[in-house]
Design a protein around this ligand. Structure first.
Ligand SMILES: NC(=O)c1ccc[n+]([C@@H]2O[C@H](COP(=O)([O-])OP(=O)(O)OC[C@H]3O[C@@H](n4cnc5c(N)ncnc54)[C@H](O)[C@@H]3O)[C@@H](O)[C@H]2O)c1
Length: 387
């Protein structure tokens, strides 16, 4: 059987995340993928990578003819512009999360995609490779949990210091990053939320701007997500509390599933469904009998490397995409809806009007008087571990 030639990939943005992706590819962790070129506006970042063609501008890399595929790991707004250019050039595209800052930009980006099966357009939603969330999804879809009643996700272990926010010029500003914890850290959980439960019909949120940090965007959010079925979900996040927790609880008629451990799910399984017991019990205070079940999983999975391997498989036509980029519009819409609800102090119906949110964001950017301090960071950690 003929060997496949290596897929030539270029990475735009050799900052924290792009460096980690480069190391994975050059370290041989993604068979079939060869890093042939990179682009970064900063010389010190270009200098980090050897044995590749180097460009200053992402656009020049896209137009270079040196690559079959591109990974975009730049600040958020440029995901849209670089993504459109790369898609129109006919490249396979893997874009970091969030796919764009706001829904209107997502629509523009997605409309540049041919939709042809010979062009692959994926997003770096690495947490979709996590076996714990895959198991939960299987249990929802198979009906094991019964009808879903309630959802709770408290994700407060995204702790970030003032130094983190002040270290990069684009971070934590409306004009540079387009938001705070909802746009940078939580795209993963918002994507998993819609992947597990679908999109809600209404969102009501309180967003706190710069509650813990000297920033102009949100660093603390409490949101309620409502579905027509009556399901209510609560989503709580912040980058300002320690110790934080990452606990997802899914309450179904058959019991409650909790994901907070490293490689197990806790399932409190009712012997009879809660609705049956509620209707048929002959006493007022009894509860259904309940089993305490520990479900082992293989843990967090391959994460970023898993998405890169799957990108190769999808380009070769041997694998279904784990995270099609077109699905990335949903997590952006959830983030936009929470912010819009927080700004207006009103419940927001979904789908949101993308032009309304884009106009709101534009006003915030135009009215911004925020002066950012810029500090040196001593960051040397492995950024791929920061998911
Ligand atoms: N999937 C994950 O787990 C994960 C983790 C961290 C960050 N991210 C995402 O990765 C992206 C980058 O984040 P980061 O923390 O690495 O940022 P960063 O600031 O460390 O790096 C961004 C780099 O892009 C370069 N750049 C910007 N525009 C460019 C252009 N047009 N052409 C060439 N180079 C350009 C900058 O010079 C900079 O070096 C963001 O979307 C972020 O949300 C994802």
């Amino acid at each position: 059987m003929a060997e496949h030639p290596d897929i030539r990939i270029g990475i735009i943005g050799i900052g924290n995340m792009g460096t980690a992706h480069s190391k994975s590819i050059q370290g041989g962790k993604v068979p079939g993928l060869k890093l042939t070129a990179i682009a970064d506006r900063e010389e010190k970042n270009r200098d980090k990578i050897s044995d590749v063609k180097k460009f200053t501008e992402g656009s020049d890399l896209i137009q270079s003819g040196e690559i079959d595929a591109v990974l975009i790991a730049t600040p958020h707004y440029s995901h849209t512009t670089l993504g459109i250019e790369a898609l129109e050039k006919g490249l396979h595209v893997l874009v970091e999360k969030p796919i764009s800052v706001h829904k209107e930009d997502c629509e523009k980006l997605i409309s540049a995609y041919s939709g042809n099966s010979d062009q692959i357009f994926a997003a770096m939603f690495n947490q979709r490779t996590d076996f714990r969330y895959n198991k939960a999804r299987e249990m929802i879809q198979s009906g094991e949990l019964g009808k879903i009643h309630r959802l709770n996700w408290i994700i407060t272990d995204w702790f970030r210091t003032e130094n983190y926010y002040q270290s990069g010029g684009w971070r934590a500003t409306w004009g540079g990053e387009g938001g705070g914890v909802l746009l940078n850290q939580c795209p993963h959980q918002l994507d998993l939320w819609q992947w597990l439960f679908g999109m809600p019909k209404r969102v009501t949120a309180q967003v706190q701007i710069g509650r813990f940090h000297d920033i102009e965007v949100e660093d603390s959010v409490t949101a309620m997500l409502e579905y027509d079925s009556g399901v209510q979900g609560v989503f709580i996040t912040t980058t300002g509390e320690a110790p934080g927790v990452n606990r997802l609880e899914i309450v179904g008629d058959q019991g409650r599933l909790e994901i907070s451990g490293e490689d197990t799910l806790k399932y409190f399984r009712n012997e009879v469904t809660s609705s049956k017991h509620l209707a048929e019990a002959k006493t007022g205070f009894s509860k259904p009998g309940c089993w305490d079940v520990t479900i082992p999983t293989k843990g967090k999975g391959e994460q970023h490397v898993g998405i890169l391997k799957n990108f190769v498989g999808a380009i070769r036509g041997t694998e279904k995409l784990i995270a099609p980029a077109i699905e990335g519009i949903h997590s952006v819409e959830l983030a936009n809806a929470m912010l819009l609800s927080g700004f207006t102090q009103k419940t927001v119906d979904l789908p949101i009007d993308s032009a309304v949110y884009a106009a709101e964001l534009k006003t915030r950017i135009e009215n911004s008087t925020f002066q950012k301090k810029t500090v040196e960071t001593t960051e040397t950690g492995d950024f791929s571990q920061s998911f």
